[in-house]
Design a protein around this ligand. Structure first.
Ligand SMILES: Nc1ncnc2c1ncn2[C@@H]1O[C@H](COP(=O)(O)OP(=O)(O)OP(=O)(O)O)[C@@H](O)[C@H]1O
Ligand SMILES: [Mg+2]
Length: 366
């Protein structure tokens, strides 16, 4: 990525052969971690479905092409698809006139897919026509294959982030609402985020533990077990695995599913006494750990790119360390990129796994 908002000359490899495929991403505050995760997410998740493209246009508002230039490289993303390296170059071009000569050092292809139009200048009035477009260039593939690859990658790219984070893919006016007193009705930042979340199936905010998603995980596991019984004559152990993993996750509490699937509760054994607790009784960190597990499980997130921002918030250092083996155990086929400030989390991996955005963390002069 040559130059996007605060990010300059970013070139990072998340090695496909590393084990586990979990990469902490560090920088100073304001170093650009969240910007980088959101850019990757939006380009990979939103480039193909028409109802998601406005999020790309929002993000690119103000991304200008200098006078005298025809295009500007936004990002080049190489993805290993299991057999080949697919190289995607995202270029912004002036809409009129569109010059056909699109050559650059990395993407030498003139084949491209038009993704969306956006306004490169801040809107002075609402009637202003978007004057710039985003194209995706590619090499060694034909157009149909790239389109079907983008479809697949769109369903396989996820972003988890705190809901208090400013999301640069929301409309600019709604980002400003985060800094205003909440108003009545849903015309506030969180209302807008909620409706964006509805369209962006890959977006998850940690503050959200839907009990119905948890119940859905149980039902899916029950159905998998039953299908296995039809196929092989014996029930599978998906349901038991979920119960076991949840009980491990919750430490001293045991999870119970109501017989009619209407809800869950947690039993806490305390000095010989059993206390019944509900999701609303759990701590911030317990809920967060549980919600990550439920999200990965209920959305069946496998063989995917999972971008997670500030995953360590609310976790004790032991759990910051632990989250690496949790992810490895819960959904090992994913590639995780974790924007973080946590040393404990990094220590659970090798130094080569840890990526940094320059300038590196240096001691500041007092
Ligand atoms: N158009 C722009 N040009 C240059 N810098 C910008 C632009 N827009 C935002 N910035 C800066 O980019 C940075 C964005 O940082 P980002 O949120 O990605 O950092 P971060 O590494 O996630 O930080 P933190 O650890 O605090 O969450 C901010 O410092 C912001 O001031
Ligand atoms: Mg951040």
């Amino acid at each position: 990525m040559p130059d996007f908002r605060g990010l300059k000359d970013i070139d990072i490899t998340f090695e496909k052969d590393f084990f586990p495929k979990i990469f902490p991403l560090g920088s100073q505050n304001g170093g650009g971690k969240s910007t980088l995760l959101q850019l990757i997410f939006v380009l990979l998740h939103c480039s193909i479905d028409e109802d998601k493209k406005p999020f790309i246009a929002n993000m690119l508002q103000g991304f200008k092409i200098a006078d005298g230039q025809d295009k500007r490289v936004l990002a080049i993303i190489d993805i290993w698809d299991g057999e080949n390296l697919v190289k995607l170059g995202f270029n912004c071009c002036k809409k009129s006139p569109i010059l056909e000569v699109v050559f650059d050092e990395d993407i030498k292809s003139e084949d491209s897919i038009d993704i969306c139009y956006y306004s490169s200048a801040p809107k002075s009035n609402n009637n202003q026509e978007p004057n710039t477009k985003l194209q995706c260039h590619f090499t060694n593939q034909n157009k149909e294959r790239v389109q079907s690859f983008l479809h697949k990658i769109s369903r396989k790219t996820f972003l988890a982030a705190p809901s208090t984070q400013v999301f640069i893919f929301l409309p600019q006016h709604s980002r400003k609402l985060l800094f205003k007193q909440p108003s009545n009705g849903d015309n506030n930042y969180h209302g807008i985020l909620e409706s964006a979340r509805y369209k962006l199936r890959g977006l998850f905010t940690y503050d959200f533990l839907a009990v119905d998603l948890l119940i859905k995980s149980f039902k899916d596991a029950r159905d998998r077990d039953f299908r296995e019984a039809i196929k092989t004559g014996s029930y599978g152990n998906s349901y038991q695995t979920i119960i076991k993993e949840l009980n491990l996750l919750l430490g001293n509490k045991r999870i119970n599913l109501n017989e009619d699937f209407s809800g869950v509760n947690f039993q806490l054994y305390n000095n010989g006494e059993t206390i019944e607790l509900y999701p609303e009784d759990l701590s911030h960190g317990e809920l967060k750990r549980l919600s990550i597990y439920v999200w990965l499980n209920s959305r069946n997130i496998k063989d995917a790119i999972v971008l997670m921002d500030e995953v360590e918030i609310a976790f004790h250092p032991d759990w910051q360390y632990q989250i690496i083996s949790d992810l490895k155990e819960w959904a090992p086929s994913n590639q995780y990129i974790l924007a973080t400030h946590s040393y404990e989390l990094c220590q659970a991996l090798t130094p080569a796994h840890v990526k940094e955005i320059e300038p590196k963390l240096i001691k500041q002069e007092s």
